[in-house]
Ligand binder design. Structure first.
Ligand code: PGA
Length: 248
């Protein structure tokens, strides 16, 4: 399966900083094959990023979307507007959106459906908190987020990102065994929902991925890619992640 490596820049980088990153990064990954390379800058830098990656294999993603097509929704951005800005993907259900903006499974599902209807690929995030893990609820939380978030959604152009909340931005990566265990569980949930067609959905890992741990994570059977925050902000570091070497 083709690997899927995505950068989630979160609320970082101006237009000038985005251009500077791309000018260095795009040549660094010219040779990378058999990997989808995706970058999600903030809304304000999407157009500049699209311009800088033109003619390269790097693909553009948004970090969020609203579910309506147009109208009186101050501050929101529609799926069609993202396509217009050059996006092919959108990140939906990130734990920071769930936590700070109170997005629940129903909201996440509306966003996923609307993005897919417009033709955007969806990077659908799920993951448990430290409390949930320590009280043995990891699998229940993941099953609920996946089943409810993806109700009525076809498996095409869908990537599922497993991001344990306790590993995001903390420097605490899940061990390869911990990550693989949940990835295998997600694969099972997806098979229940989609049958054989679930094989086309890539399940990627996120949470303190760095050049130092990407090889071993990518060596796990059910890990098909990475969603990278902090380590995606520097061209060298994100390029090294894109050039992972599977380690068993
Ligand atoms: P991190 O963020 O790599 O900085 O932990 C990952 C994410 O939240 O997508």
């Amino acid at each position: 399966m083709k690997a899927f490596i995505a950068a989630n820049w979160k609320m970082n980088k101006t237009v000038a900083e985005t251009r500077e990153f791309m000018k260095t990064f795009v040549p660094l990954v010219k040779d990378a094959s058999d990997v989808d390379i995706v970058i999600a800058p903030p809304f304000t830098a999407l157009a500049a990023a699209a311009e800088e990656m033109k003619g390269s294999a790097v693909q553009l993603s948004s970090q969020d979307v609203f579910w309506e097509e147009k109208g009186a929704f101050t501050g929101e951005v529609a799926p069609g507007m993202l396509l217009d800005a050059g996006c092919r993907h959108v990140i939906i259900g990130h734990s920071e959106r769930r936590q700070y903006f109170h997005e629940d499974d129903a909201v996440v599902n509306k966003k996923v459906k609307s993005a897919r209807k417009a033709g955007l690929g969806v990077i659908f995030c799920c993951g448990e908190s430290l409390d949930e893990r320590e009280s043995g609820k990891t699998f229940d939380v993941i099953r609920r987020e996946v089943e409810m978030g993806l109700v009525g959604v076809e498996p095409e152009q869908l990537v599922v990102a497993y991001e344990p909340i306790w590993a995001i931005g903390t420097g605490k990566t899940a061990t390869p065994d911990q990550a693989q265990e949940v990835h295998a569980f997600i694969a099972g949930v997806l098979t229940k929902v989609y049958g054989n067609k679930s094989g086309i959905i890539r399940i990627i890992y996120g949470g303190s991925v760095t050049p130092d741990n990407v090889d071993i994570l990518m060596g796990c059977k059910d890990i098909s890619g990475a969603l990278v925050g902090g380590a995606s902000l520097k061209p060298d570091s994100f390029s090294r992640i894109v050039h992972f070497k599977k380690e068993k």
